[in-house]
Design a protein around this ligand. Structure first.
Ligand code: C2E
Ligand code: MG
Ligand code: MG
Ligand code: MG
Length: 274
C-alpha cells in the first residue's frame, strides 16, 4: 500500500516536473521571437525623496506582452533568459530602451531624473559590458549622471577583484551605482566599502517586518545607519503602508519606492508624475 502511494506521488512529481520543463523550453523559444517582434516593454516605478516628498527617480522594470499568455512579470521569464543566455540581448535592449526613453523625456522639457536599470549577473560577467554601456550612452545622447545601474550582492561576490574594477570604470564614466535587494545575499560586509556605490536599496523583506517586531525595526535602523556611515544614499523598497513610511522617515531613510507611493506603470502613465 505504502509502495503504491509512493509510486503515485512519484509519477505526479515527474509529470509536474516534465510540464514545467516543457513550459520553460517553450518560453525560451518564444522569447527569441519576442525580442524581434518587440513584445518586451518597460514599466516605470517612481521613487520619492523623503526630505521634501519630491519625485526624484524611477526604476525601469521589464514586462513581456505575450500574445497568448498576457502581460508577464520578470519572475516568470528572467531566469529562463539567464539560463539560455538570451539575457545578454534582452539586457542590452533594456539598457538602450531605458536610456533612449529618459533622453526623450529630457528633450521634451521634463525635469531630468535618474532612471535605474537592473543588471543580471550574467550581463555583469560579459566581457564588453563597459564598452556596451558607453556606446549606448553615446548613441542615445543621455548624460551618464541620469543612469543608475542596480546590481545585486551575488553579482559582485562572484569575482570581487574583477567586480571592483568594472564598477570603478562605470563610476568614472559618471554613472550611478546601486546595490539592490540589500541584505538578502550572503556577502561579507567588507565589499560595501570596496565597491564604489552611490545607493543602497533595502530589500522589501526588511521593510515588510519594520512595523511587525522590535527586531524588524532594529534591522532596518541598522542598515540605514550602516549606509549613512559609509556615505551612501539609502532607499527603501516595497513600502506598502503609511506606518512603514513614517518609520522610515523618522529613521532618516533618504528615499522610498513602493506600492503605497506608486506601482510600476507604462511610460504613458509615468509622465503624469513629472
Ligand atoms: P527588483 O529590482 O528588486 O524590483 C522591485 C520589484 O518589487 C518589482 O517587481 C516591483 O514591481 C516590486 N515592488 C515594488 N514595490 C513593491 C511593493 O510595495 N510591494 C510589493 N509586493 N512589490 C513591490 P517586478 O517588476 O516583478 O520585478 C521583479 C524582479 O525582476 C526585479 O526585482 C529585478 O530583480 C528583476 N527585473 C526586473 N526588470 C529587470 C530587467 O530589466 N533586467 C533584469 N536583469 N532583471 C529585471
Ligand atoms: Mg531593482
Ligand atoms: Mg530590489
Ligand atoms: Mg529583486
Amino acid at each position: 500500500h505504502v509502495k503504491a502511494e509512493g509510486r503515485n506521488s512519484y509519477s505526479f512529481y515527474t509529470r509536474d516536473l516534465n510540464e514545467r520543463l516543457a513550459e520553460r523550453l517553450s518560453l525560451q523559444n518564444e522569447m527569441r521571437r519576442a525580442l524581434e517582434r518587440q513584445e518586451f516593454l518597460l514599466y516605470y516605478q517612481p521613487q520619492y525623496r523623503l526630505s521634501d516628498g519630491q519625485f526624484c527617480g524611477m526604476e525601469a522594470l521589464i514586462r513581456w506582452q505575450h500574445p497568448e499568455r498576457g502581460l508577464l512579470l520578470p519572475g516568470s521569464f528572467i531566469s529562463i533568459a539567464e539560463d539560455s543566455g538570451l539575457i545578454l540581448a534582452l539586457g542590452e535592449w533594456v539598457l538602450r530602451s531605458a536610456c533612449a526613453q529618459n533622453k526623450f523625456w529630457q528633450d521634451m522639457g521634463y525635469p531630468p531624473l535618474r532612471l535605474a536599470v537592473n543588471l543580471s549577473a550574467r550581463q555583469f560577467r560579459q566581457k564588453n559590458l563597459v564598452e556596451q554601456i558607453s556606446q549606448i550612452l553615446e548613441e542615445t545622447g543621455l548624460d551618464p549622471q541620469w543612469l543608475v545601474l542596480e546590481i545585486t550582492e551575488s553579482i559582485s561576490m562572484e569575482n570581487v577583484v574583477a567586480s571592483v574594477e568594472i564598477l570603478q570604470k562605470l563610476k568614472n564614466m559618471g554613472i550611478h551605482l546601486a546595490i539592490d535587494d540589500f541584505g538578502t545575499g550572503f556577502s561579507s560586509l567588507s565589499y560595501l566599502s570596496r565597491f564604489t556605490l552611490n545607493t543602497l536599496k533595502i530589500d522589501r523583506s526588511f521593510v515588510s517586518i519594520l512595523d511587525k517586531s522590535a527586531g524588524g525595526h532594529a534591522i532596518v535602523l541598522t542598515i540605514i545607519q550602516l549606509a549613512k556611515n559609509l556615505g551612501l544614499n539609502v532607499l527603501a523598497e516595497g513600502v506598502e503602508t503609511r506606518v512603514q513610511l513614517d518609520h522610515l522617515r523618522s529613521m532618516g531613510c533618504d528615499e522610498v519606492q513602493g506600492f503605497l507611493l506608486g506601482k510600476p506603470v507604462p511610460k504613458e502613465e509615468i509622465v503624469s508624475l513629472f
